[in-house]
Design a binder for this molecule. Structure first.
Ligand SMILES: [Zn+2]
Length: 410
């Protein structure tokens, strides 16, 4: 078998022919050529006749036996009637990328589940390069319009760079995936989403889940007046968790004895966890709190009861229970819960709507958790665009396969 036939098979790229090879200090370099000599514009895909000039270029391909492979080709610049001077299209790579498609797909596939540092080390590329490759792969694998067919959506914000920067994320509740994301977290950010969605698709929105902070409420009501505003139970419960934490911290501060302080400080996880998930030690801590600190225990019961109410599926039952809860919290002599009671009263209809729409939150919960993990994993990401590309890579239902080649015998 001739070396070039062998290499053609190992390369496994369609419409590409190996014409030579050599080794350099970095690994194996193979000279390749598209099988047709006709040039195509990489911008519009049309055939072009006029060649402007040509320049030698290298593309990184998947390693072979642990050794780096580069493809070398004199890339032609062409004069396209529609686009002006552009580069020609090549079968092995995207315009503007110095990596083959197979290499990029493999990087993106790995980045779906491994930390970026692992991907960077394994593929021997710069850490920032992982981000730009992910952005390109996400761009070219997105066949359908994610904004089609939306009826129930969720709007959330994710913080990154240690909570200094925000990205607004729109989730399709029905399909359980991220469909839109942009930097920022105010009403104007969200108006851009509705502008992209357009009036026709806006009119089809039946329900929107958002948090009770109010930044997004105006944008939703003006763009989709028919959609029912729903306040996500996570946001409601998160506020209850925060209120409980405030009560606990105030009680810790009020204690004189350092020993007592430490004991109370250590109750945080026992208090925040669901009671059925407590370990024996945590249950013991909770019992101690019940015995020794009435305010914290009251706050704990308020938090747990609220969660139980949000589990209900009958709107009327939930409404009655929430009314009771608001009265209880308002008179609990716990300032953070009195405040939460006012917030819940002001947004009651949206909370009842959550119970009524019966949105299965399991998937969304999982999606939220996943999005937050990615944000944490990408902590060093310094741009919103890399974070957004990662969100689409991991949370928009994109299925990638590693680029495996098989021999072809002809
Ligand atoms: Zn063109």
């Amino acid at each position: 078998m001739r070396a070039t036939t062998l290499l053609n098979n190992l390369l496994g790229i369609k419409r590409t022919r190996v014409v030579g090879l050599f080794f350099d200090e970095d690994g194996l370099v193979i000279d390749v050529r598209p099988t047709t000599r006709v040039a195509w514009c990489s911008c519009c895909g049309r055939r072009v006749r006029e060649i402007h000039d040509a320049r030698e270029r290298y593309w990184r391909h998947l390693d072979l036996g642990g050794m780096k492979w580069h493809l070398r080709y004199r890339l032609r610049r062409v004069r396209c009637a529609r686009c002006g001077v552009t580069v020609e299209m090549v079968p092995w790579a995207q315009p503007g990328s110095w990596f083959t498609d197979a290499f990029e797909t493999t990087v993106a596939y790995l980045a779906q589940s491994a930390a970026k540092t692992v991907v960077a080390e394994m593929m021997r590329i710069a850490w920032a390069t992982v981000g730009s490759i992910v952005a390109r792969v996400v761009g070219r694998h997105r066949g359908e319009d994610l904004l089609d067919g939306l009826t129930f959506i969720g709007i959330d914000e994710l913080s990154y760079r240690k909570h200094h920067e925000y990205v607004t994320v729109v989730i399709d509740h029905r399909r359980g995936r991220v469909v839109w994301a942009a930097p920022g977290k105010n009403a104007d950010t969200l108006r851009r989403f509705f502008a992209e969605l357009g009036p026709e698709r806006c009119a089809k929105l039946l329900g929107v889940t958002i948090d009770m902070s109010g930044a997004y409420i105006a944008a939703v009501t003006e763009a989709a007046p028919r959609a029912r505003l729903t306040f996500d139970r996570f946001h409601v419960q998160r506020l209850a968790h925060d209120a409980l934490d405030q009560v606990r911290r105030a009680e810790v501060r009020a204690l004189e004895d350092p020993e007592d302080r430490r004991a109370l400080k250590n109750t945080r996880f026992a208090l925040q966890k669901n009671p059925w998930n407590l370990t024996a030690i945590e249950s013991g801590k909770l019992a101690d709190v019940q015995r020794t600190n009435a305010p914290i225990y009251r706050a704990y019961l308020l938090k747990e009861t609220l969660a139980a109410i949000l589990d209900r599926r009958q709107p009327n039952v939930a409404r009655r229970m929430l009314d009771d809860w608001i009265g209880w919290a308002a008179h609990s002599r716990l300032a953070p819960f009195a405040k939460l009671a006012r917030t819940i009263r002001a947004h009651l209809e949206g909370i009842i709507a959550y119970v009524a729409t019966g949105l299965s939150n399991g998937r969304t919960e999982g999606l939220n958790g996943k999005a937050r993990t990615i944000t944490r994993r990408s902590y060093g990401l310094h741009s919103a665009s890399s974070l957004i590309a990662m969100l689409f890579l991991c949370c928009s239902g994109l299925t990638l396969r590693p680029a495996h080649a098989v021999p072809s015998f002809h």
